[in-house]
Design a protein around this ligand. Sequence first.
Ligand SMILES: C[S@@+](CC[C@H](N)C(=O)[O-])C[C@H]1O[C@@H](n2cnc3c(N)ncnc32)[C@H](O)[C@@H]1O
Length: 266
Amino acid sequence: MANQPAQNLPNIDLGEHQSLWKEHLELQTKILESVDAKHLFPSNIWQSARKVLDMGCGEGSHLLRIQSQYPDKSYTGIDVDKDVISMAQAKTSEILFLLKDIYSYTPTQEFDFAIARLLIQHLPNLDGFLGFAQACLNPGGTLWVVDGYDELKRIGPKAPLLKAAYDELAKAQKQRGTDRNGSLELVNLAHKHDFRVEQEIIEVLYAERDFSRQVLKRLYEVNTRVIKDRYSLPLDLNAIYAQLDEWALDDAPSTIGVHILTLQKI
Ligand SMILES: C[S@@+](CC[C@H](N)C(=O)[O-])C[C@H]1O[C@@H](n2cnc3c(N)ncnc32)[C@H](O)[C@@H]1O
């Protein structure tokens, strides 16, 4: 993948939105691979977990990758978007995928490990989320949260339009009542919902050390196409893609900040 040229995107029309979103989620999984390898898999709580729930599982690529490495656990993924649940189900019969909204689904206390990866920034109500996670987990169960940390997202000087696009996105998300850095707030809310903060980590992932710059370039291309549509942002995609071509040749550091939180149900 690292040496493949990114496909040209400007010709993609809205009808292809679904496949773009799928690609977007798969690229994110690729970019965050090192997070699981470094922080999740070596931990004792992960090693001893038996029943795993992925909340906001998307098209299942993350859960599928985990399941292939740890087939000894049972896995369930839930998501509110029926398109991604269909895509996930088409990928495997080894994982149970359910169409569920965390704000209306009443789960039973059966899981000992719950994952919320890149979910929190899309949620309008974090108390409701923690109440849901509390209801899913056995006593002593673990909630593992991974989300973005924008302060450490360094795009570099060659792509100022991309930086401006993400600033616009953050504003649009705020207007919709969600917060790109919402996972930071969970630490303040955890105790109220009988969770104890076990660990909090800010990880910085570097292009070319932790993932390929070409994969990140493709993610930015797909992502700007998706957010332009989803948030009605006035983005000049051709100008952004032209800057990204320059950016891909630059060797200025390009990083992604990741906020990782381990909460234990008391
Ligand atoms: C950025 S995607 C992350 C997907 C996956 N966790 C990953 O890491 O690749 C966020 C997902 O959360 C889902 N989601 C948002 N609100 C939800 C809700 N209230 N209940 C269940 N899923 C939700 C969205 O449909 C979307 O698939």
